[in-house]
Design a protein around this ligand. Structure first.
Ligand SMILES: [Zn+2]
Ligand SMILES: [Zn+2]
Length: 262
């Protein structure tokens, strides 16, 4: 069973027709099952996660909170009932301050899996954090420690794009060995999977995470899943063959299938 666990529904209409079309595309590319997600910043009711940022009164154009979580769940539950091979997921913006809110909120919905991703550092975008601290090592430590907190929280089935900050010149996790060890231990303890994310092959020439981090995670027995992070249907299963080669080079035999929870 090969599942693409990171396919966004943020930019499409939520209808059975759309889901069926996506499943058809998936099948034609050798993707057996789709893990569907939306960003929490698109959903009504998730405003408390962004409380500190919204409080600054500035216009954060990516924070919309306009779509209904109930409609999202209803559409996907129906799609499943009609036999679409999909799992219902969310991509959550993790911050330590949001943990108590998330603990309650995520239990309200029949989710098959939840991806925890760090999109903000101390409420700032990565670039802004680097401008503020003017030191990629300091910001790298802040970012990876947030990843560690996400892994420790036990809230997530998957950690999303773990080394995405490399795009801002921050080094990979193998340059922060103590944090890497703690992240791997926490992921293992909480049965949390690592994501091989292929989105960065679009504009940059690398997979996230890199080979050294993958090798370490494999040696610690951390599960690995595939995620294209597709925001458009034509990216479903994007570069899955490159991803497969890369993980084999790092010692993994294949991608894990987590199975539906609902
Ligand atoms: Zn993300
Ligand atoms: Zn994503």
């Amino acid at each position: 069973m090969f599942e693409d666990y990171h396919v966004h529904l943020d930019k499409v209409d939520w209808s059975i027709g759309t889901i069926k079309e996506m499943c058809k595309i998936a099948k034609s590319r050798g993707v057996d099952r789709l893990g569907l997600v939306v960003h929490t910043r698109a959903l009504e009711g998730f405003e408390p996660l962004y409380h500190d940022i919204i409080a600054d009164g500035k216009n954060h154009s990516k924070f919309k909170f306009g779509r209904s979580m109930d409609q999202y769940i209803d559409t996907l539950v129906k799609a499943k009932a009609e036999g679409c091979p999909v799992d219902i997921g969310l991509e959550v913006c993790y911050s330590p301050e949001g943990e108590s809110f998330l603990k309650k909120k995520l239990k309200e919905y029949p989710l098959d899996f939840v991806i925890g991703s760090i999109h903000l550092i101390e409420g700032m975008h990565y670039k802004t954090a680097i401008e503020k601290y003017n030191d990629t090592d300091i910001v790298g430590k802040l970012y990876y420690n947030l990843v560690l907190n996400a892994a420790k929280s036990g809230l997530f089935d998957i950690i999303g794009h773990i080394e995405v900050v490399r795009r801002e010149g921050i080094l990979g996790l193998d340059h922060f060995p103590d944090i890497l060890k703690n992240i791997a231990d926490s992921m293992k303890e909480n049965d949390c999977a690592l994501e091989m994310n292929t989105k960065w092959l679009v504009k940059r020439d690398y997979l996230v995470p890199d080979c050294d981090t993958l090798k370490y995670m494999e040696s610690k027995g951390v599960k690995l899943i595939f995620g294209s992070d597709a925001h458009h249907m034509d990216r479903i299963g994007f570069e899955k063959d490159s991803a497969f080669k890369a993980i084999q080079n790092a010692g993994y035999n294949g991608f894990a299938y987590l199975g539906p929870k609902t």
